[in-house]
Design a protein around this ligand. Structure first.
Ligand SMILES: C=C(O[C@@H]1C=C(C(=O)O)C=C[C@H]1O)C(=O)O
Length: 93
């Protein structure tokens, strides 16, 4: 397949722009995934400390703060993103 086929562009110039920008997106996605994994590890430290102290894994008031942070920055899809992040970090509730 040619670059034009793979990108959906109709000209070689547009195919070049798309190929370059996709490389940047792939690099950004790698960094985002790394940050999510780091967030999961930090969240686990908090949850383990709270459970070891006799508390519960989940803290709903804190989760409301996290949801508010994402929705303020990103709107309604931000809330969905935060819910997915919370599920990754503390499992399903
Ligand atoms: C990390 C914590 O524990 C849990 C996980 C959270 C998170 O990953 O952001 C938020 C609240 C808790 O349900 C916390 O209390 O801060």
């Amino acid at each position: 397949m040619t670059a034009i086929d793979v990108t959906g562009a109709r000209t070689p110039e547009a195919a070049d722009v798309i190929t370059g920008a996709r490389e940047r997106i792939d690099a950004l996605d790698d960094r985002i995934i790394g940050l999510i994994q780091e967030r999961m590890a930090v969240s686990a430290v908090i949850q383990e400390a709270r459970i070891a102290s006799g508390g519960r894994r989940v803290n709903l008031s804190r989760e409301m703060e996290v949801l508010g942070h994402y929705s303020e920055a990103l709107g309604k899809p931000g809330t969905s993103l935060a819910m997915t992040l919370l599920e990754l970090c503390r499992g399903r509730i």
